[in-house]
Write a protein that binds this ligand. Structure first.
Ligand SMILES: C[S@@+](CC[C@H](N)C(=O)[O-])C[C@H]1O[C@@H](n2cnc3c(N)ncnc32)[C@H](O)[C@@H]1O
Length: 273
């Protein structure tokens, strides 16, 4: 059960005039915004959701951050996977409390943070990263969300193979995901799910073909477009701004045969139309 009041060291999402800041409430410290200085002593001990006033008299709210807030406000030096894609990844890969998940590469750890929040408290995420600075950044971001207990960070080239076996889902976000397909097949439990995230259609196409030829069925590639609606009385309409492109998502299921019959499975072609 989450506690209701803000304690020293808690992360708080400050909301003021449509802007948000993810801050750590520390005794004796202030936070400076264009709305004026906010004293953490005004927040500590109050329930999340409370209004507070800056030194300039501007009203803000001290909200409990959601996992989406931790993802979107993470420290980042790589492209990250965005919430619209994360939601569908977890549904398609059936990732839930207790699942075991393999991830490559960790990057900034945005997706790691989300995956960890799903599998906690009894599941686990094993995440592989080539570059030490990214591994450290991913660790910091996961720790910020309080989820370090359910993640193992590995500074290892995933193409050299995974040490884990009988994994529920592999989630792959590297430039050449097709290279990791045989390793994923070995690590997954029968009927385990594969997820690939690629920025270009060329990568999505190549990955899909390699999956079909490598003991995976139910291969599916999608792109999610999210349109925000500005809902206001009498003038509700889509937002003028839209994120044009993030990634293509490729899903597949491990089957226990590597012959062509897995890829030419009729169900695969028809079930999602
Ligand atoms: C686009 S970033 C991943 C971003 C991450 N999904 C997130 O949401 O923060 C891709 C990462 O994969 C790492 N990478 C590339 N090839 C790899 C490999 N063979 N093994 C492990 N990591 C790899 C890169 O160093 C980079 O940090």
């Amino acid at each position: 059960m989450k506690k209701n009041n803000v304690s020293p060291g808690d992360y708080v999402l400050l909301l003021g005039k449509g802007k948000t800041w993810l801050v750590r409430a520390m005794e004796g410290y202030d936070f400076h915004t264009h709305l004026g200085k906010v004293r953490f002593s005004d927040i500590l001990g109050k329930p999340f959701g409370s209004p507070i006033y800056s030194e300039k008299g501007e009203k803000l709210f001290a909200l409990r951050p959601t996992i989406e807030d931790f993802v979107m406000k993470c420290e980042r030096q790589t492209q990250i996977v965005y919430p619209k894609d994360l939601g569908m990844i977890s549904l398609e890969a059936d990732i839930r409390s207790g699942s075991s998940v393999l991830e490559a590469g960790s990057g900034s750890g945005a997706m790691t943070t989300y995956l960890a929040s799903l599998v906690a408290p009894k599941g686990h995420v094993y995440t592989y990263e080539l570059r030490e600075e990214f591994k450290r950044m991913a660790e910091r971001n996961v720790m910020k969300a309080g989820l370090e207990g359910v993640v193992t960070f590995k500074l290892q080239d995933a193409s050299k193979g995974f040490e884990e076996k009988n994994i529920d889902a592999c989630v792959i976000d590297v430039g050449d995901p097709w290279v990791l397909v045989p390793q994923c097949w070995k690590a997954l439990r029968p009927s385990g799910r594969f997820v690939g995230v690629t920025p270009t259609m060329n990568q999505a196409e190549r990955l899909s073909e390699v999956l079909r030829a490598s003991g995976f069925s139910r291969v599916k590639c999608i792109e999610i477009m999210l349109r925000n609606i500005e809902a206001r009385e009498g003038k509700t309409r889509p937002s003028m701004m839209m994120v044009g492109h993030t990634a293509y998502l490729i899903f597949a299921t491990k089957v226990l045969e590597t012959s062509q019959s897995a890829s030419s499975d009729l169900a695969e072609a028809g079930e999602d139309l």
